[in-house]
Design a protein around this ligand. Sequence first.
Ligand SMILES: NC(=O)c1ccc[n+]([C@@H]2O[C@H](COP(=O)([O-])OP(=O)(O)OC[C@H]3O[C@@H](n4cnc5c(N)ncnc54)[C@H](OP(=O)(O)O)[C@@H]3O)[C@@H](O)[C@H]2O)c1
Length: 431
Amino acid sequence: MKTYNIAIVGLGNIGLEVYKNLLKNKKNILDKTGFKINVSHVCAKNFKKNRGVSIPKKIWMANPLDLPKIKNIDIIVELIGGSDGIAKKLVFASIKNGKHYVTANKELIAKHGDKLSILAEKNSVNLLFEASVAGGIPIIRSIKQGLVANKIKHIYGILNGTTNFILTEMEKKGSTFAEALKYAKAKGYAERNPFADLSGNDVACKISILSSICFGSKILNKDFLVEGISNIEILDILFAKKIGYRIKLLGIAEIVNNQIKQRVHPALIPADLDIANINGVTNAVVVDGEPIGRTIYEGAGAGKGPTASSVISDIASVMVGNDDFSFGLSPAAKKNYKLFNFRQHVSKYYLRFLVHDKPGVLSIITSVLAKNKISIQNLLQDPSESSLSNVMIITHRAMEKSIQGVIKILSKNKKLFKKIVMIRVRDESKL
Ligand SMILES: NC(=O)c1ccc[n+]([C@@H]2O[C@H](COP(=O)([O-])OP(=O)(O)OC[C@H]3O[C@@H](n4cnc5c(N)ncnc54)[C@H](OP(=O)(O)O)[C@@H]3O)[C@@H](O)[C@H]2O)c1
């Protein structure tokens, strides 16, 4: 019976949990895969750090880049992070040296996944990254294997727990963005530097990976629309609620006219839709395929337990040999799709104008909208005692470039317009 020797690089939140669970689950994994596992090497930056668990000295390695050359290692598990630096050097060296590779590193895969999957095929090893998207939800394997019979037309979801937690707190408790962010940090749901989460960059990596798997395309990781949630205020959430919507940060990818329409942005979603009711740190992914139809996957999108669960599922998958292609198809079969020009996107839009309360401001807004052939579905003016007030509008369906044109024209008028917020409205019936 073969024993798989595993090297774990990175013993932080996730690495340590993987280490502990591999030791605890040896028998379970043997029963389910028919193979033994042995954590033969571990590596982290600081050997002296107290990790609250005893790790035999003899399995410690000082330099991760020595691991690819060690003959008896079968699988290298990278849990450091980052698209370049040590993680990049390690993955290329490992695959070239014939090691199977498992990682939770979304930045690395979104940036180098195409090259790496070619290299993995050439060297007859597996490169797997289930934990890089949606934490504990086995979304990658579900698409690659469970939905293998399907032509996938559309995927979208809530792919970042931190931002979903913040938006949920704002809606449920009426907290400001700053208060909700502070609470998320206190609960350990937001990193000290939350830029990657708040800016939408984290979701951008995840949707790039998912769209490549869904559509069999080369990874589109640049030049698509990526907007985060830092601009959203409690007023927007409350107004959305009043008219039957919730605001969620979405990663979305679909095939339109043989192009990939991919983007990350907050959206107003009808409050009765399943995905609008995914709260807190939970993630959810909707996949629409033919012949299956619409499916939804929900679960913990981050955290050590759920992420370790996905990492270990990849390790087991390497052992049983059921996961040949990293992206679900031979790298040679990947297509080169173009990115849809998002200026041609059509939807309803939510607009909030923070205006200096002067006569005629409303007619300026409505006339600029009318000139750009944008009609209004709902309008609400927030009565204010100060010199500033808010005008909220939901438009009928309009083209992105027209909306951007309106925002450009009105925002030039600094005397009247202090701030303009735009959020796209999602209407599943029009997909
Ligand atoms: N945290 C989550 O919920 C989550 C969810 C999904 C995916 N992920 C991904 O999982 C990966 C790990 O995340 P994490 O939260 O566990 O990060 P983390 O707690 O910061 O751990 C990073 C680990 O990498 C080690 N490390 C850093 N530089 C190194 C080097 N040059 N050589 C060897 N080891 C080095 C650190 O060593 P020291 O401990 O000695 O400092 C630490 O053990 C990332 O790719 C992340 O995006 C995380």
